[in-house]
Design a protein around this ligand. Structure first.
Ligand code: ASP
Length: 339
């Protein structure tokens, strides 16, 4: 579906809006309901119709790629989305892509695309904390800001960005940090890249790590089974041993503090390494980095340290690395130190 055909619109950037569902497309029986709604039930045409002035920002090409609650995000949808973004951006008719998504796994999808999209054109994810039916729904303004950012001429070459509550975040850094607040996304410790407000876009800094065209990762992959285990008081080795018996291809551990791991769990994980299963050490804290050979002796134990990646993003990177044939520890550590 393409909207805007006035002569004046012809000069505007051409932005594809891909809808996948989420709360931004959610609906509840009454306007005061912001928690008991159904996500992903409103179509892309209705989402766009709720944004006054969009036609003066960009020519919109809209597609309904999926209608899911992003808690149910799947490997199949990640692959479909990455391939569709790549197809659209390869065309001379599209200048950028905006994806509407649920907030729950937005940071994972954003990082998948950050590593697998093969274009320097802008790709912006946005979402909402309140359903489209709610009083003070945040979706329409977030969508307007995402399209404004995509059309601004400033967002290219920066990998995948997230436009949310007026801020611009890098896909690698961003995380959902509130279960309910409208200001639900932050880039912990590092901060946002910039802001978008009232049609103006301002970047304060750029992300330094390689992404998109500068990674070896592609969209068409078989996703290997990689799971996350957590360290906590009294943890047993049950989960790790069950994963190993089930043939898991890799494990990310969400350690305490600076990625420290309970002795029982650490033993189970080092036994997994001895069986050839890569283990990546991240932290459950949600901010800060996990120092290599810091709270655990990675080199002695055979672990890879995740640095500043959250356990969820470390899992994405480990899956992509394994899918491209990287499983040797030193090479995996190089991947984690790079992307
Ligand atoms: N469960 C919803 C989703 O992730 C939450 C949201 O979008 O805010 O799709």
């Amino acid at each position: 579906m393409t909207t805007s055909a006035t002569p004046q619109a012809a000069a505007l950037p051409r932005i594809a809006v891909l809808a996948t569902g989420g709360t931004i497309a959610g609906s509840a029986p009454d306007a005061a309901n912001t928690a008991g709604y159904q996500a992903g039930v409103i179509g892309v045409a209705q989402l766009l119709a709720a944004v006054p002035g969009l036609d003066s920002v960009a020519q919109i090409h809209a597609e309904q790629v999926a209608s899911v609650d992003s808690k149910d995000m799947s490997f199949a949808l990640w692959s479909t989305l990455a391939q569709r973004v790549n197809e659209l951006l390869a065309s001379d008719d599209i200048d950028g892509v905006v994806i509407t998504h649920g907030t729950d796994t937005l940071e994972e999808t954003a990082y998948v695309l950050h590593l697998t999209v093969k274009s320097a054109k802008p790709v912006i994810l946005t979402a909402a904390m309140r359903p489209a039916s709610a009083l003070s729904a945040d979706g329409p303004l977030n969508l307007l800001n995402a399209v404004t950012l995509a059309a601004s001429g400033q967002a290219g070459g920066q990998g995948v960005l997230v436009a949310f509550n007026n801020r611009i975040h890098c896909a690698r850094d961003v995380a959902k940090i509130s279960t309910y607040a409208v200001d639900a996304f932050q880039s912990p410790e590092i901060g946002a890249l910039g802001w978008v407000q009232d049609g103006r876009v301002e970047f304060q800094r750029r992300a330094l790590r390689p992404h998109t065209v500068d990674t070896p990762f592609g969209a068409a992959i078989q996703w290997p089974q990689v799971e996350i285990v957590t360290s906590y008081a009294g943890v047993s080795r049950l989960a790790v041993d069950a994963l190993v018996s089930a043939g898991v291809r890799g494990i990310v551990v969400a350690g305490t503090g600076n990625g420290s791991i309970h002795a029982t769990l650490q033993q189970a994980l080092s036994d997994a390494v001895a069986k050839g299963i890569p283990v990546v050490r991240a932290s459950r804290v949600g901010s800060g980095h996990v120092m290599h050979n810091g709270a655990a002796k990675d080199d002695a134990l055979g672990f890879v340290s995740a640095g500043t990646l959250s356990p969820f993003k470390a899992r994405v990177l480990l899956m992509l690395a394994l899918a491209t044939g990287t499983s040797e520890k030193a090479e995996l550590q190089r991947v984690f130190d790079t992307y």
